[in-house]
Design a protein around this ligand. Structure first.
Ligand SMILES: Nc1ncnc2c1ncn2[C@@H]1O[C@H](COP(=O)(O)OP(=O)(O)O)[C@@H](O)[C@H]1O
Ligand SMILES: [Mg+2]
Length: 261
């Protein structure tokens, strides 16, 4: 449902030869990747492998020490209004109800001005899309963890993003809620025509959700392997293929870790 600009061909995001680090010590180096329009890419890696560092850099929240990021064909120098972020913690404002929390994502200076009616429509559509229409007047304290994360997703969707950056968005949820949220995410981004960069340490999550998996490993981190995931959806029905890919990824993780050690 996002307004696609036909003038912008090519990938949503194109990053070349990136290096990010802290205090002169590189955390990731030589990272190049592209994310196609409407593509779901999972960045998979162990804890501390540099996933969040890379995601923040790709989203324009950090300046690369080397390399370039381009978003919709333009150099990215700051967070882009057509990108949105979701983190592990939903970060809702407790004194605002669901509607106001969703609208909050639209009120930043760099966001294109929209009139009040369009704004209200966007907010209502996003809340409806995540299945919270009956909770639009609820406050964060009245929501479960899964519902709060749905609000965070709605807040991101209301921006009608071309690309959604999600950093371990479901890691704090119980297994059943996490599975629901994974299915919801895939359904939403297919309906809203949004590309996704999902950062996760969970191999099963990557296999269930991704069109493509990038394995981040090594010190400093680099893209060690890549898999295109062609397993038909719903993927739960294709257990053999899931198990086969899972074993391949585990072996690659072990190889990458041994090389780094
Ligand atoms: N603000 C920071 N200052 C210094 N070091 C950091 C900072 N953030 C992360 N690091 C370090 O960078 C490495 C990668 O961290 P991070 O990107 O958070 O990994 P991941 O998200 O894969 O768990 C870790 O060794 C971490 O300690
Ligand atoms: Mg992280």
């Amino acid at each position: 449902m996002t307004a696609q600009d036909p003038a912008v061909a090519g990938p949503a995001l194109d990053a070349r030869n990136l290096r990010f680090g802290y205090l002169g010590k590189p955390v990731v180096d030589g990272v190049s990747l592209a994310i196609g329009k409407r593509e779901i890419v999972c960045l998979l890696g162990g804890s501390g492998s540099g996933k969040s560092t890379l995601l923040r850099g790709l989203a324009g929240l950090a300046v690369p020490e080397d390399g370039t990021v381009s978003f919709l064909g333009q150099p990215l120098l700051a967070p882009h209004p057509r990108a949105a972020l979701v983190f592990q913690q939903p970060s809702l404002l407790p004194w605002h109800d669901v509607r106001a929390n969703v609208g909050f994502g639209l009120d930043f200076a760099r966001q294109p001005a929209i009139d009040r009616v369009a704004r209200e429509r966007r907010i209502a559509n996003a809340i409806e899309a995540v299945g919270l229409a009956s909770h639009a007047r609820a406050y964060p304290a009245q929501l479960s963890g899964g519902q709060a994360q749905r609000v965070a997703l709605a807040r991101a969707l209301a921006r009608e993003p071309e690309l959604l950056f999600a950093d371990e968005p479901f890691s704090a949820l119980d297994a059943i809620t996490r599975a629901e949220m994974q299915a919801l995410l895939v359904d939403l981004v297919h309906r809203w025509h949004t590309a996704v960069l999902l950062v996760t340490h969970d191999i099963d999550e990557a296999i269930l959700v991704a069109d493509r998996i990038l394995l981040l490993a090594g010190r400093p981190g680099r893209i060690a392997r890549e898999w295109r995931v062609d397993i038909p959806r719903p993927r739960e029905d294709h257990g053999d293929e899931i198990v086969r890919l899972r074993l391949e990824i585990v072996a690659a993780l072990r190889d990458a870790t041994n090389l780094a050690g």
